[in-house]
Design a protein around this ligand. Structure first.
Ligand SMILES: [Zn+2]
Length: 206
């Protein structure tokens, strides 16, 4: 199964897997990092939602059922758009649209009905390890999104001041403004520096 290679390069900086999923569209103009179902699988492995050992099996299923893989891929893009609009609304202090919440509720119900509450040494987790439905990559994402929406971490949700990615601000004084300092922070500082210099030049001319 083809993957675009964008997934390897993608910055994972959201602080929550649901936000990392939303951030699979990169930059302005947007670069699509999920270009096919294979990218969705590769991303799931990269962020730890799918065991590397299960990757081959899921990719094999997708090859055998290309139409279902395409439908699951389209659903993933739709879910991502829904999550972006919900989380962006929260980050901007607005109410999320009821229509978006209904979509998320539907995914969460589906996720829980297909998942298994499993016990580990340190606690409990929802797992989807026995499922080979091609929608499987969407369930842990939908579940992570509702978990985040109902958690206390939600008040740390922010929108990057440079690129509109979403992230959880884990800094003590909640002062983080950028998805990544090296990318958006530096761009912004450079932009301000250029502006300031231009303004100084203008005022010297007057
Ligand atoms: Zn950014």
């Amino acid at each position: 199964m083809e993957t675009s290679g964008y997934i390897d390069e993608l910055r994972i900086v959201g602080g929550d897997v649901a936000l990392d999923f939303v951030n699979t569209q990169d930059g302005d103009p947007p670069v699509e990092c999920l270009r096919a179902y294979g990218d969705l699988v590769a991303w799931s492995v990269r962020v730890g939602l799918l065991a590397a050992a299960d990757e081959g099996r899921l990719v094999g299923e997708a090859k055998a059922r290309p139409e279902e893989a395409e439908a699951a891929y389209r659903d993933a893009l739709g879910l991502r758009e829904t999550l972006y609009s919900v989380f962006r609304a929260v980050a901007e202090g607005r109410d999320a649209a009821e229509l978006d919440l209904e979509v998320l509720r539907r995914y969460e119900r589906e996720a829980l009905s297909r998942g298994k509450l499993a016990q580990h040494k340190g606690g409990f987790d929802w797992e989807w390890t026995d499922e080979w439905d091609l929608s499987r990559p969407l369930w842990p994402v939908a579940h992570a999104a509702t978990a985040l929406l109902t958690s206390e971490d939600l008040d740390r949700l922010k929108l990057c001041a440079g690129c509109y990615w979403l992230f959880l601000d884990a800094s003590k004084n909640r002062s983080r403004r950028w998805c990544t300092m090296e990318v958006c922070g530096t761009h912004e500082k450079m932009r301000r520096y250029v502006e300031k210099r231009a303004a100084r030049r203008d005022s010297q001319r007057d």
